[in-house]
Design a binder for this molecule. Structure first.
Ligand SMILES: [Zn+2]
Length: 96
C-alpha cells in the first residue's frame, strides 16, 4: 500500500477524529500549518504512529484503535492532556 492508500484506510478506521469545539484557536492555527508535515511512521493491529515535523523537531503522535485515544510526546499534551497542534493537524488531515 502506498501512503495515499494508507491515509484512505485510516480515514475509515479512526473513529475519534472530530476537532473539539473548545480547542484553543492558537492550536488550530498551528495545526493548519503542519498539514503537509505529517508522515505515517508505522501501523500495528493496536495503534498507528505518526511523525509530525514542527520547527525542525519531530513529534510522535499515536492513535490507539481500541481505546480511540490520542497521545503525543510534546510538552503541551503532557501538561494539558488536551489535543495539541500535532494531534489536531492529523485530525484535520483525516477529515479532509
Ligand atoms: Zn503534540
Amino acid at each position: 500500500m502506498n501512503e495515499e492508500e494508507l491515509w484512505a484506510l485510516l480515514k475509515k478506521i479512526i473513529k475519534n477524529k472530530e476537532i473539539r469545539e473548545d480547542i484553543n484557536p492558537d492550536t488550530l492555527i498551528k495545526a493548519r500549518k503542519l498539514l503537509n508535515k505529517i508522515k505515517i511512521d508505522y501501523i500495528t493491529p493496536t495503534k498507528v504512529c505518526f511523525i509530525v515535523e514542527s520547527d525542525r523537531k519531530q513529534h510522535f503522535v499515536i492513535y490507539f484503535f481500541n481505546s480511540k485515544k490520542w497521545w503525543c510526546d510534546c510538552e503541551y499534551f503532557s501538561l494539558k492532556l488536551k489535543d495539541c497542534s500535532h494531534i489536531t493537524a492529523i485530525k484535520i488531515k483525516l477529515n479532509k
